[in-house]
Design a protein around this ligand. Structure first.
Ligand code: PLP
Length: 356
């Protein structure tokens, strides 16, 4: 499929927000990409149009049964002015993994990357250049048939919106305090934990509020069956450095296969670290802490890149990690990933694509 993308430009461009006070996901650009899926016709009518409200029937399926998927990636402004994407092919591949599980028709990944690049070219002035800022990209699909039956839809929208976002750590890379959640769970094998679909996040909000109420930044999720094995931290994958080795939970169906996770593993291995992807129980982490072998812990994800963990609270048992300071491996990984993303370091792994 290489359909022509129709472009309709806005007559009323918005004023650009102050790059030093962007926050996350508060501002949206002047245009969006959109296409329809119609049963029998496939994905049709790709178009770049002025950013606008959607008009949906109140019975639209997405409102009732949450048949939807999304992705998240960023465009980065290099010092020489180029606009760079980090492994966008991985996001589109993962979107089709989510689509398959939600029974949403697959997208043509190469075409979607082309459409994304076209949209960013239209919006190039919206890619911020202040230190640490980027353009967050949110592709998503929703089922729009007006029908209350629980079944596969025959009409979907695929939409890409763009949001200039601020530095995740305006005051530097500070370790966060994490509450180990042993009551609520995020996902179980056989469910949708490995996909980016809205329901996973809707069901996580209550635990997040509970953690925030106790002055913790995020929750550490345990497995949905035994509440014993570590899964993820908030909406990030999680890594531990224990006795010199790096350990991260394996991809067994209930956790999201993060692109930052995958990239971190490849970088850590290239530095000679042993990286174990396996089951890791909270008891093993607690034991390592008692033995003085819990050296570092960090989350990985597109938004924060690397989020060092300075403290864990498991049922009231407080475990400070590396004296609440960022560890050397977490720090070097952050510098390396962000260096590649912003085009400051040589892209040895061939991960970066220029928008041109
Ligand atoms: C998006 C996400 C991640 C991180 O994935 P990246 O591709 O690294 O951004 C991890 N866990 C969950 C639950 C997520 O939604």
């Amino acid at each position: 499929m290489d359909q022509e993308i129709k472009i309709v430009l806005t007559n009323t461009p918005k004023e650009k927000p102050d790059q030093n006070h962007l926050g996350f996901g508060n501002y949206f650009t002047d245009h969006m990409f959109m296409m329809d899926y119609i049963e029998g016709q496939g994905w049709i009518d790709p178009r770049i149009i002025p950013y606008q409200n959607l008009s949906l029937d109140p019975a639209a399926m997405v409102f009732h049964y949450a048949q939807e998927v999304f992705e998240g990636l960023k465009a980065y402004r290099a010092a020489d002015g180029r606009i760079l994407l980090f492994r966008p092919d991985e996001n589109m591949k993962r979107m089709n993994v989510s689509n398959d599980r939600l029974d949403i028709p697959a997208l043509d990944e190469a075409f979607c990357i082309k459409a994304l690049k076209e949209l960013i070219k239209v919006e190039q002035d919206w890619v911020p250049s202040a230190e640490g800022t980027s353009l967050y990209i949110r592709p998503f699909i929703i089922a729009v048939d007006p029908s209350l039956g629980v079944h596969r839809a025959s009409h979907y929208y695929f939409i890409i919106i763009l949001s200039p976002v601020g530095a995740y750590y305006p005051e530097g890379l500070n370790p966060v305090k994490i509450y180990v959640e042993s009551e609520y769970v995020r996902a179980v094998k056989g469910g949708v934990g490995f996909t980016k679909t809205g329901g996973n996040y809707a069901s996580s909000i209550k635990a997040q509020s509970k953690a925030e109420g106790m002055h913790y930044t995020q929750v550490l999720w345990l497995d949905g069956v035994e509440r014993k094995y570590i899964e993820e931290v908030g909406t990030m994958n999680v890594f531990f450095k224990i006795d010199g080795k790096i350990v991260t939970p394996g991809l067994e169906g209930s956790i999201l296969s993060g692109i930052t996770r995958k990239s971190s593993i490849e970088i850590l291995k290239s530095w000679g670290y042993e990286v174990e992807e396996r089951k890791l129980s909270i008891d093993e982490v607690e034991q390592a802490y008692r033995d003085g072998k819990l050296e570092e812990a960090f989350g990985t994800g597109t938004a924060a890149v690397i989020s060092p963990i300075g403290e864990l609270n498991y049922n009231g048992d407080i475990m400070p990690i590396n004296n609440g300071e960022i560890g050397p491996v977490s720090h070097k990984l952050y510098e390396t990933l962000t260096g590649i993303q912003w085009g400051k370091l040589k892209d040895e792994f061939n991960w970066v694509q220029e928008v041109k």
